[in-house]
Design a protein around this ligand. Structure first.
Ligand code: 2U9
Length: 343
């Protein structure tokens, strides 16, 4: 019995001094101490040679030793798993990783990005400006001086603390800022959110998105404007699209026009969407008013330019078959999830 106890003490020492490294060493340890022909099993077999009055004492020591051997094994194993030094077979590094849940692009952005990509190909770059603007950049520089009746065309949100500040009513403030500080020629498109004090309904909202364009150089003509916009609608709606220009009035352009395209639903036949006319109005445009050029220190005798502006929500409603403009700003994921990156 004494000899057995000495042996157990020596094994205890060995286990305690055993460094816990290497998957192979762990397996060798398991076979040596915990295997079917291992040390623990053999010691239990020795029980039959222990005198009856010592069996209980020996049994307790042996159980204690067994627990030590098993605890060492478990700790060692966990340590190896934690440090990633388990055998290569345990982790197949060639398996694909877990897929991350992907979001979708907002339909307004899908539409805007498509418009931007078309104008990019014509050499227009994107410019952005502030949504909180001063009176000069939103109105006065655009030939809308104080008390000009055209200011009544748009109901404006003014900032209470400073009546000179407002939420921009169009993205034209961005073009004014570009003309004030950029070198000519300028060829930009300006996408962004704009604000108007309107009652919210299925058809209109107090904020919406616009994309405007501006090209200023020597000898820019109305023919350039027509060709640019014709290219745009052909790329956007297909080669069969027809266009027409109707004279219009905007304080910042002269002459001014509105551009219609043949209805994309009935192909000009006449339907409820085009109010039986066969035409859909998609944008306003014109030659930049000489006064606007002067306001930005550009010589109207030397330079000319064209500008255009379109709302995004209405054509996006049409494109995606949506019947309520409020869906665009409610962030209902059941709505948003339906849009993929396809335009
Ligand atoms: C500068 C000079 C001229 C931008 C223009 C329009 C015509 C136009 C409307 C379309 C639908 C606004 O969102 S909407 O209600 N816009 O019809 N916008 S010309 O003219 C400019 C802009 C900047 C310096």
């Amino acid at each position: 019995m004494d000899e057995l106890l000495q042996q157990i003490a020596a094994y205890r020492q060995e286990i305690e001094n055993q460094p816990a490294n290497g998957a192979d060493s762990l397996e060798a340890y398991r076979i040596k101490f915990l295997g079917t022909k291992g040390i623990v099993k053999n010691l239990f077999t020795e029980m039959r040679n222990v005198p009856a009055d010592k069996k209980k004492e020996f049994g307790l020591i042996l159980n204690d030793f067994k627990q030590l051997a098993e605890a060492k094994y478990e700790n060692w194993k966990q340590q190896l798993e934690g440090t990633g030094t388990t055998t290569v077979a345990a982790i197949d590094v060639t398996l694909p990783g877990d897929a991350l849940p992907l979001g979708t692009r907002h339909p307004i952005n899908l539409f805007l990005n498509h418009v931007i990509s078309i104008f990019n190909r014509l050499g227009f770059s994107v410019a952005e400006g502030p949504e909180i603007e001063d009176d000069w950049h939103n109105f006065t520089a655009l030939n809308l001086p104080e008390h000009h009746p055209a200011r009544d065309m748009q109901d404006t949100f003014y900032i209470q603390q400073n009546p000179d500040w407002l939420l921009r009513t169009h993205t034209s403030n961005t073009q004014i800022r570009a003309m004030e500080k950029e070198q000519l020629p300028i060829r930009i498109i300006c996408p962004g959110r704009v604000y108007r004090n309107e009652t919210i309904s299925a058809r209109s909202h107090c904020f919406f998105h616009q994309i405007e364009g501006l090209y200023i150089d020597e000898n820019v003509s109305f023919a350039d404007l027509k060709q640019t916009l014709y290219f745009f609608v052909q790329e956007m709606y297909g080669k069969d699209v027809k266009v027409r220009f109707r004279p219009s009035y905007f304080p910042f352009t002269e002459p001014s026009a509105e551009m219609d395209i043949s209805c994309q639903l009935c192909h000009g036949e006449g339907c409820a969407v085009c109010k039986r006319t066969g035409w859909l109005e998609i944008l306003g445009c014109g030659m930049v008013h000489p006064k606007v050029l002067e306001n930005c220190n550009i010589d109207p005798e030397k330079y000319s330019g064209f500008a255009f502006g379109m709302g995004i929500e209405r054509p996006a409603l049409l494109k995606y078959g949506i019947n309520d403009i409020r869906l665009f700003s409610e962030n209902d994921v059941r709505f948003l999830r339906q849009f993929t990156s396809a335009t």
